[in-house]
Ligand binder design. Structure first.
Ligand SMILES: N=CN[C@@H](CCC(=O)O)C(=O)O
Ligand SMILES: [Mn+2]
Ligand SMILES: [Mn+2]
Length: 329
């Protein structure tokens, strides 16, 4: 189920004449083998990419398939990005993929949890690439395993999403249930559920889902209150929410972003967020110094147009590295 990183996705333009100033990500990327527990890096902070190749959650949720190929497409879209970060400060690693065979979602989520926990214990900032949003449950299992009790209780879960993903899962879990599963697991461990959703669509969630959100004390900001002109209010809400959290798990469902910019998802959103606002949120979270782990979910290459959703996702990872670089002195 775990596959080592492959170099073949990391190919692109090389500007030989420009030397170190012309470097691109495919030239500096390190491979990381998660079956070994040692890694070499001289950098102060290291980011590790880990793919979760799964369509199973979207299939169970009756969505449009394709997210299984998201991680490798995202790698291809990142390969030619220019290196703007200081390699003494930041290291970039590819830790490979977790493959979710048909029907084996629960097992692959457990494995994802173990790999995320080992990345965190080695000091990496994980960037998990979905896969459908069922990636979030496996990802959370790793955070839960890694954190000590006090850190666990003040963990904030920030979901940028058109949907709450708080569906019931008596019949089966899916890409529509991860945060309900997390809420229940936290309740089971007597931990509070600090869940903030940004980019929620009135037209994308039933009244039952809004009810569940209220019952679970979910905080949310509707997409219609998140236009660029409203950024200062959004920033204030975000800052206030982050204030008493010790660590933030940031999960980005690309369907939060307007379909014009992010068509390559199972459930596109006509009145979705402007990509600039998502980038500003990411910047705000990095600048808080509390970002523990990140994932980007629901990229579905077969549904994409001109690779634009993949490129958008790639540039969100680029923005992460840019912001981390600015933060490290
Ligand atoms: N991952 C979640 N997906 C949405 C899908 C909504 C739709 O199909 O329109 C959900 O379950 O709510
Ligand atoms: Mn989602
Ligand atoms: Mn969604």
């Amino acid at each position: 189920m775990y596959q080592l990183a492959e170099k073949k996705y990391w190919e692109g333009r090389t500007d030989y004449t420009d030397g170190a100033m012309g470097l691109r990500w495919h030239q500096i990327l390190n491979q990381l083998d998660l079956t070994q527990s040692v890694h070499k890096s001289g950098a102060a902070k290291n980011v590790a990419l880990l793919g979760f190749c799964s369509d199973e959650g979207v299939r169970r949720n009756k969505g449009r398939l394709g997210a299984q190929l998201g991680p490798d497409q995202l790698r291809k879209s990142m390969a030619s990005l220019p290196v703007h970060f200081d390699q003494e400060k930041l290291g970039l690693f590819d830790a490979g993929n977790i493959i979710c065979p048909n029907q084996q979602l629960e097992r692959s989520q457990q494995l994802l949890g173990q790999k995320v926990a080992s990345l965190l214990s080695m000091g990496f900032l994980p960037v998990v690439m979905g896969g459908g949003h069922e990636v979030a449950y496996g990802h959370y299992l790793g955070l839960h395993q890694h954190l000590h009790h006090e850190q666990r209780s003040s963990l904030g879960i920030l979901n940028i999403d058109a949907h709450f993903d708080l569906r019931t899962y008596e019949v089966e879990t899916s890409s529509g249930t991860p945060f309900r599963q997390i809420a229940d697991l936290r309740k089971h461990h007597s931990l509070p559920f600090h869940y903030l959703c940004m980019g929620i669509q009135h037209a994308g969630n039933t009244r039952a889902l809004f009810d569940t959100a209220h019952r679970l004390n979910t905080k949310y900001v509707l997409a219609e209150d998140m236009r660029e002109s409203q950024w200062e209010d959004v920033r204030l809400r975000l800052r206030n929410w982050m204030h008493d959290k010790e660590a933030i798990y940031l999960t980005i469902d690309l369907d939060a972003i307007a379909a014009a910019h992010a068509p390559g998802v199972s459930a596109p959103t006509p009145f979705g967020l402007d990509p600039w606002v998502v980038r500003l949120i990411l910047q705000e979270v990095v600048q808080s110094g509390k970002l523990l782990s990140l994932d980007i979910a629901e990229l579905s290459p077969a549904l994409d147009q001109d690779g634009r959703t993949a490129k958008l996702a790639a540039q969100l990872v680029f923005a992460l590295l840019d912001n981390l670089n600015n933060q490290l002195v």
